[in-house]
Design a protein around this ligand. Structure first.
Ligand code: ATP
Ligand code: MG
Length: 460
């Protein structure tokens, strides 16, 4: 359908201007045809006037005019034109013809015929008048000959000349249209072939299309398609890796859970059974956490759902998170504190933002040895692009070595030798959330020696 409309569009763009040109041409050719007909009619009138003039004689002192038949017959072109004439002396005596036939204004002086138009007895006429001194007249008396003819022959000639020209133009226009259609068909063929090449590809075939066989105009399109397919292929590969990783992460605790349950069934001792069941409970908790981490990550990904857009008070979010994690701090004897230096408000999805802060504080609490400190600082600030909302999490733990700082944001990545449970998803969630909110994330070293994570978000 698109292709068809493109064809129509091109046709319009080519044929409309062409038709305009033809219209102009038709008009000028009409003007030309009527100029030609004028010329032909005037020449005939001239000849007629001269033929009549030649036959005006002085016979024994009396001027006499006899109109020769040929002077009138030359107008007989088969269009039933009527011819009128008059011959007068300068003194105003009518020698022959129609006395009320119009005369030229002003009366002709030159010895060449003058041409004019007029109407006579309800007919439009084209007329010629010749005034000349009569040879042999005593006092050089002048004679005026006027011949007029109706316009049927003239009109027929214009039509004939013009219609011929018009027909040629029309043929030209039609030929141009046909050529345009054929040309377009051929011109668009590569596009159709490209379309077929894309449609023919198998469901999972994301290999690049060959771009050497297409016209140079189409090459950018093919290149764009190939880039796009490359991106899709990359994303599909990432998805596959993610699913494989996630399945792997789920399999380990599931296998453990199955062993623990089997052991609990087998054992006869109540204490052993209780221990196995406690282990099973722990495995289930880990599985549930992993599942919810995965879910959060998928929600934080761009395009997964429409994110809420609300004002987020970072101090309030941090307070809620710290309350939720207080038990962990108590358990590990860690001094967990919140410093609010200034109000910091940003826009985004509040629940997601809390998930991000949870992951940061949880990491700090988990990887800081017992008896350490974890401090969350909230600050409003001014950055390059207006106001900012800043949240910093610092701990007194081991920190992350410089060379690992990029990698820890990758999914399922954990620094080698990291103690405790965990699957390496937390920081990828943080990164997705901060990216989604248009903020930046910087890892550094805290004053207390541990990790310092700084989250800068656009303020409101
Ligand atoms: N505060 C920290 N101190 C030291 N190392 C840290 C800290 N936070 C993160 N890391 C390192 O970065 C790695 C990735 O952290 P991330 O939160 O993504 O995964 P995780 O905590 O291992 O697992 P989980 O998915 O359960 O959060 C951690 O395994 C750890 O090696
Ligand atoms: Mg974590």
């Amino acid at each position: 359908m698109r292709i068809d409309s493109l064809r129509l569009q091109l046709l319009r763009w080519l044929l409309l201007p062409l038709a305009g040109l033809v219209a102009v041409n038709v008009f000028t050719s009409w003007r030309q045809a009527s100029a030609t007909a004028d010329l032909v009619t005037d020449r005939t009138l001239d000849a007629s006037v001269r033929a009549i003039a030649e036959d005006v004689r002085i016979d024994r002192g009396v001027i006499d005019a006899i109109v020769p038949p040929v002077a009138l017959e030359m107008f007989d072109t088969g269009h039933r034109d009527r011819v009128f004439y008059r011959v007068d002396t300068a003194a105003g005596r009518l020698l022959t013809g129609y006395p009320d036939l119009p005369l030229p204004e002003p009366p002709p002086k030159a010895s060449a015929p003058v041409h004019f138009t007029g109407s006579y007895r309800g007919n439009d006429l084209r007329l010629a008048a010749l005034s000349y001194p009569l040879v042999g007249a005593t006092d050089g008396e002048r004679v005026t000959v006027v011949v007029g003819v109706t316009l049927a022959g003239h009109a027929a000639m214009v039509r004939e000349l013009w219609v011929g020209n018009f027909g040629q133009q029309l043929i030209l226009l039609v030929a141009a249209g046909v050529l345009v259609i054929i040309g377009l068909g051929r011109g668009l063929a590569p596009l159709m072939r490209l379309r077929e090449a894309v449609m023919e590809k198998g469901r999972d075939d994301l290999s690049p299309l060959p771009d050497h066989a297409v016209q140079s105009e189409l090459r950018p399109l093919v290149a764009a398609l190939n880039t796009y397919m490359g991106r899709v292929a990359g994303q599909m590969a990432a998805q596959r890796r993610f699913v494989a990783n996630a399945a792997h992460q789920l399999r380990t605790p599931l296998a453990l859970l199955s062993t623990q349950v089997a052991f609990a069934r087998r054992t006869g001792e109540a204490a052993e059974r209780a221990e196995a069941l406690a282990g099973a409970e722990e495995s289930t908790r880990r599985l549930a956490r992993l599942a919810s981490q995965l879910l959060t990550l998928s929600r934080a990904e761009p395009g997964s759902r429409r994110p809420r857009d609300e004002d987020i008070d970072l101090a309030q979010s941090a307070r809620q998170v710290l309350e939720g994690l207080a038990h962990l701090a108590v358990e590990r004897d860690i001094d967990l504190g919140l410093d609010v230096n200034a109000a910091a408000v940003t826009r985004g999805d509040g629940a997601m933002m809390r998930e991000a802060v949870v992951n940061l504080v949880e990491n700090a609490l988990r990887y800081t040895p017992k008896g350490g400190t974890v401090t969350v600082t909230v600050d409003g600030g001014a950055g390059e692009a207006g106001s900012e909302a800043v949240l910093v999490v610092e701990d007194s733990g081991p920190g992350i070595p410089l060379e690992e700082r990029d990698k820890v944001f990758e999914r399922f990545y954990r620094v080698l030798g990291t103690p405790g449970e965990g699957s390496g998803i937390g920081l990828s969630i943080v990164r997705e959330v901060v990216d989604g909110a248009g903020g930046t994330l910087v890892l550094g070293t805290a004053a207390a020696g541990g990790l310092r994570v700084e989250m800068r978000l656009p303020g409101v």
